[in-house]
Design a protein around this ligand. Structure first.
Ligand code: MLT
Length: 212
C-alpha cells in the first residue's frame, strides 16, 4: 500500500502549457535542492519536487542500497512504482491534464528517474539524468520505450556512476527505442554548467510546438 498523496513535496504551476519539471534530489538532499537548477533549466516551467521516501542513516534517498553502487534492485523496482503512482496522483491532484512532465534528477534522483522511465513509461516519458547510471543491477531489460526521451549527462571519471554502467544504460535505452541524448564530459560526479545549458536546450526541444 503506497500513500503517495502523503509525500512531502513542493509544487509550482508555472505558466500554462509549460512543462512540469519533476525534481529528484540526490542522496541526503531535500525537495528544495534542485529549485535553483530548475530556474536555470526552464524558468517558465512548473515544478513538482518530492522528498525521497527512503532513509539511510538520516539521509533521504529514493531506494535502498547495500553499499555504494550496490543497489537493492527489488527496492528500486518497488520505489519506481511508487514514483510512477506519485506522478499519476499529482497529474490528477494538480489538474496537469496533458502537460508534459520531465524528470530532472541528480545522482540517486537520476537513478530513480531512469528506473521509472524504464519500468513505467506510461507514467514518465522524459528524463534528464545528471550523473545517473543503469539502475537495475544485473537484471536485463527488454521493454518498449518508444515515445520516451532521455538525456544523459555524465563525467567520464565518475566513480559513483561508472562509465561502463552508463554505456550499458545507453545501449539498453537505444535498443528499447528511446530517443537518447548523451554527453560525457571530463571530471566526476556533479552537475557542470555546460551540462545545465545543454539540458536547458534539450528541454526546450522537447517542449517546443511541433514544426508545421
Ligand atoms: C545511488 O545510490 O543511487 C548512487 O550510488 C548515487 C548516490 O550515491 O546517491
Amino acid at each position: 500500500m503506497t500513500n503517495v498523496d502523503q509525500w512531502p513535496h513542493l509544487y509550482d504551476a508555472g505558466t500554462p502549457d509549460s512543462p512540469v519539471l519533476l525534481l529528484l534530489h540526490g542522496t541526503g538532499g531535500t525537495e528544495h535542492d534542485l529549485l535553483q537548477l530548475a530556474q536555470r533549466l526552464a524558468p517558465q516551467a512548473g515544478y513538482l519536487a518530492p522528498r525521497g521516501p527512503v532513509q539511510e542513516q538520516g539521509m533521504n534517498r529514493w531506494f535502498r542500497r547495500f553499499g555504494e553502487g550496490k543497489f537493492d534492485v527489488d527496492d528500486v523496482v518497488r520505489r519506481a512504482g511508487q514514483l510512477a503512482d506519485f506522478i499519476e496522483w499529482a497529474r490528477g491532484n494538480y489538474g496537469l491534464g496533458e502537460r508534459k512532465v520531465i524528470a530532472v534528477g541528480f545522482s540517486n534522483g537520476a537513478n530513480i528517474a531512469l528506473a521509472t522511465v524504464l519500468l513505467h513509461p506510461q507514467a514518465l516519458t522524459d528524463v534528464v539524468a545528471f550523473s545517473g547510471m543503469y539502475p537495475l543491477g544485473d537484471r536485463s531489460f527488454d521493454g518498449d520505450l518508444s515515445g520516451t526521451a532521455v538525456a544523459l549527462f555524465n563525467g567520464e571519471a565518475d566513480a559513483m556512476a561508472p562509465l561502463t554502467s552508463v554505456t550499458q544504460l545507453k545501449s539498453v535505452l537505444d535498443n528499447a527505442g528511446s530517443d537518447v541524448h548523451q554527453a560525457v564530459r571530463e571530471g566526476g560526479h556533479g552537475v557542470h554548467p555546460t551540462e545545465v545549458d545543454a539540458a536547458a536546450t534539450w528541454i526546450g526541444s522537447r517542449t517546443a510546438p511541433a514544426a508545421r
